[in-house]
Design a protein around this ligand. Sequence first.
Ligand code: MN
Length: 321
Amino acid sequence: MADCAKVPQWAACAGHKIGFHSKRKINMTTTSSTIRQLQRVIPGIATSDGAGVKLRRSIGSQANLRVDPFLMLDEFGTDNPGDYIAGFPPHPHRGFETVTYMIDGRMQHRDHLGNVGDLGPGSVQWMTAGRGVVHSEMPLQESGRMRGFQLWINLPAREKMKPAAYRDIPASEIPQTTLSSGAKVKVIAGSLDADGHKISGPINNAERRVTTDPLFIDVELPAGANFSHAVDASHNVFLYAYEGSLEVGGKMLPTQAAGVLSAGDEVRVTASTAGVRFILLAARALNEPVVQYGPFVMNTREEIEQAMRDYQSGEFSKSAV
Ligand code: MN
């Protein structure tokens, strides 16, 4: 998702322009219990992608609105089939990971080798595009609500050309718990401290680490409830409220906007009076140059030109998955 199917479309695609961005500052602190504050709000901008799927793009809606290593966050959410039925016909990716998290509805992934993955409510697909994938992402329903996210996470230079890989994770394999604070939490990547005991998600756990060490949790808070959690002080962190709104240090993060947090080693969130559902993402910044052209994200222009040549010559379709 969130990419353009054909070369000529890319130029018209929001956030899909070639651009360098300078090295970001590394969030570092040696002080313990520094609570992260709401530093920047990136609103979700209504746009469309694929063959006309309506979505909201926050992270990555402009090249300077990335949160290293997070390249892009799209939220799709509608009851109107006309907003999603056209789906995302075959398109390539190279150089990063795409994470699809379904809240409602069903999508089907198919790739150039004939792999098929069905994504139902509450499921996740974690795709490492690596050196190249050509795939489609199409709705498996003709009516009803379709809601979820697609997140793009960058790969370090040394992993951009590794073989592609998929993990299709059904909802039943994503651990969830209710904390004493009343927070209901699902753990997709990384580990949650659940009232003193550790719950690890299916991605980035003790068995297999992701280099950017992502934490990806989905939290539901009743009205006025609090959620706090330790995060690595060196990681970049953002929140995205998809139902209701929340407060961080007295500042409100409205619904359907990404809230980028300042440096610190603890996140503290309070739900608004209507309660809130939000996702929290944290990961280690790569601090490498980013050159993006549509669904190709590399370190140099030469590597982007190579990606375009490889795609046009059919090289992607020969890549093993
Ligand atoms: Mn895709």
